[in-house]
Design a protein. Sequence first.
Length: 115
Amino acid sequence: QVQLVESGGALVQPGGSLRLSCSASVSSLSLNFMGWYRQAPGKQRELVAHTSNSGSTEYADSVKGRFTISRDNAANTVYLQMNSLKFEDTAVYYCNAWTRVGNYWGQGTQVTVSS
């Protein structure tokens, strides 16, 4: 069983920045993909960004150029640097880890963009 613990969610003004962190209970090298999803009220959960253990990355079109995902395998942690935040980025952000034997989720961290 893989446990994921997120941190970094907060209330931020439009145009501001936040960095989310997600620490895994196992070696992140054993996790094929680590990434972030988000779910806004009344909407489906959607992929924000993910990174493979080979270093490839993928982003949702809505965050390209503003968000950066990175992975520190020594710390078993994945980060999401979010810049130029917009109202529509408001959501609960969930860390995700995928392996061939399981798909794992963190408990979520709230990001609210408001003036």
